[in-house]
Ligand binder design. Sequence first.
Ligand code: ARG
Length: 565
Amino acid sequence: MSLRNELEQRVSAWAEKNFPGLVNEPWVRACADERHGHFQTHLAMVAAKATRQNPRELAERLARECPPPEGWEKPSVAGAGFVNYRVGPEALGRAVDTLRKDSRLGVPSVSRPESIVVDFSSPNIAKAMHVGHIRSTLLGDSLARLLHKLGHRVTRVNHLGDWGTQFGKLLLAYRAAGRPPIEADQAIDQLEDFYKKGHQATEADPAAMEQARAELAALQNGDPERLQDWRLFCARSAEHFRRIYERLGISFDAVRGESAYHEDLPGVVRELLDRKIAEVSQGAVVVRNTSISEEPYLVQKSDGAYLYATTDLAAIRYRTGEMKADRIIYVTDARQQLHFRWLFDTARRLGCRAELEHVWFGTILGPDRKPLKSRDGTPLKLTDLLHEASERAAEILRNKRPDLAPTALREKAELLGIASLKYADQLPNRNLDYVFTWEKLLAFDGNTAPYILNAYVRTRSILRKAGLSQPPEAAVKISQAEEEVLARHLLRFGDAVELATNDRRPHHLCGYLYELAGQYHRFFEACPVLQLPALRDSRLTLVFLTGEVLREGLSLLGIPTLEEM
Ligand code: ARG
C-alpha cells in the first residue's frame, strides 16, 4: 500500500465515523509544496461546510483524533483548514523496504474486477491509417494496459469501419476499371485512388450517385461478386493495419468490424420501434430526446439503409451479451461526443445496464495551429509519420553513437523514434488539442521519451558496473535529502497509476515519470553510488528500484526500454 493510501484509510475511516453520509472522495493528496508537508487533507473544510462548523476547529479536532501511521510526524493545521502530514525517516525506510519486496511496485489491485471492453483505433477499411487514428490507438492501448494492471479483465476490440457507405463509391470505380488485381504492396494507395474516383464521379453526376447506392445495396444484400471484391479490400487493408500495429506494438483480442453486426440491424430497429423508443418520421426511423438535441438520432434512413448508430447499438448488445462486458470504453476524437451521448441514452432506454464511457481527445495541430496535414494537404499518413520518427531518431543516434553498426543503429532508432512519438502524443491532457513538433518530441532534455529512457539506461549502466548477478537486496538507508526525495517519489508510483487509470488520462503517468527521471538525475549528481562502501548497497537498491519503476511505468504507456543508448 502506498503511503498516501495508508493515510487515506485512516482519514476516510474518521470521516465515516464522524460524518456518515458525507460524499466519498479521496481525502488525501500529495502536497504541491513540500515545505508544508508531504500529504494533506481538505476533509475538515468539506465536513465543516456540510455541517456548518468552523473549519479550523474541525481541522484541529481531525489532527488530534486521527493520528497518522506509526513513524510519521505530528500533523499540523494550516490555512483555512488543511491538515498537513509528514512521513518520518523510519516509516519511510520501512515503506521502501516493502516496495522493494513488492512485485507490483506498489500498484494496488482493485477489490472488484470488472469485465471491460476497450473499443479503440477502429480505422476504416480501404483508407490509409492517418494522424487522426494515432491518439485513439495509443490512448486505447495505454488504458487497456492500465486497467489490466489494476486487475480488470480487459478485452481490446478493434471495431473496424468495414461496412459503411464508402463501399458503394469504391465498388463503383473498381468495377468500372474492370476489377483489376490489388497488389499487396500498394493496396492502400490503389484503394484510395478508386475511392477518390468513385467519389468524384458521384459528385459530378446524380446518376452515378444512384449507381453507387445500388452497388452498396447489392453488397449489403449479399451479391457474391461484390462480396468477393469487398473481402479482397478488407484483406488488403488488414495487411496495412497489421504492419502499423506491429511497429507500434499494439494488439487486439477481437477484431470485429461493423460488418459483423450486419444481420442484427433489422432486429435492433424493430425492437426500438416495438418498444416505442423510436418512431417513423418521413419514412426514416429516428429516436427523439430534446434534452440531447433538437435533431433526432437517425437509426434507419428512408431508403432502408442502416447507420453507424444502428451498428453501435447492435455492438453494445453483443458486448454486454456474448462478451459479458460490465463496462464499455470508447476512445475516439472529440467530434463524436454527440453520437455517443445519443448512443448511451438510447442503449439505456433499451435496458443496457453496463457502464458506457466515451473517452475523447482533441486534435493534433501543425505549426500553423491547424489540424496536422501532409505537404500536399491530405491527412498525414501514419506510415509516413512512423518512417519520419525512425529516420530522425537515426540521425540523432548517428551523432551520439558513431560506433554503432548500421543494423544496431536501425533497431535503436526505430525503438527511440516510436517511443518518442508515443510519449509526446500521450503527454498532453487528452482533452486538449496540441501542436506537434519533431524537435520537442525527440529532445534528450525536456519532458520526452529520450530523457526518461536515458534515466533508465543510467540505472542499468550503474548496475552493470556494480557487477551484480542478482537484483540488489540491501535495505535502504536514507542519508541525504536527494535520497529521501527519490524514495518518497518511488512510493507514489501506485498513486500515479491509479490516478491515470481512474481518470482515464495516461498523461498523469507521464508527469510522474518525468519527475522521477529528474529526481534520479539529481540523486545521481549528489550521491555517489559505487564509491562509498558504507552506502553502496543501499544506494544500489535505490537505483535498481528507480529502474524498475521507470520500466514498468513506460511499459504501461506502451513504451519498451533499452539497456543502453
Ligand atoms: N471507425 C470510426 C472512425 O474512424 C471509429 C469507430 C469507433 N468505435 C465505435 N464503436 N463507434 O471514426
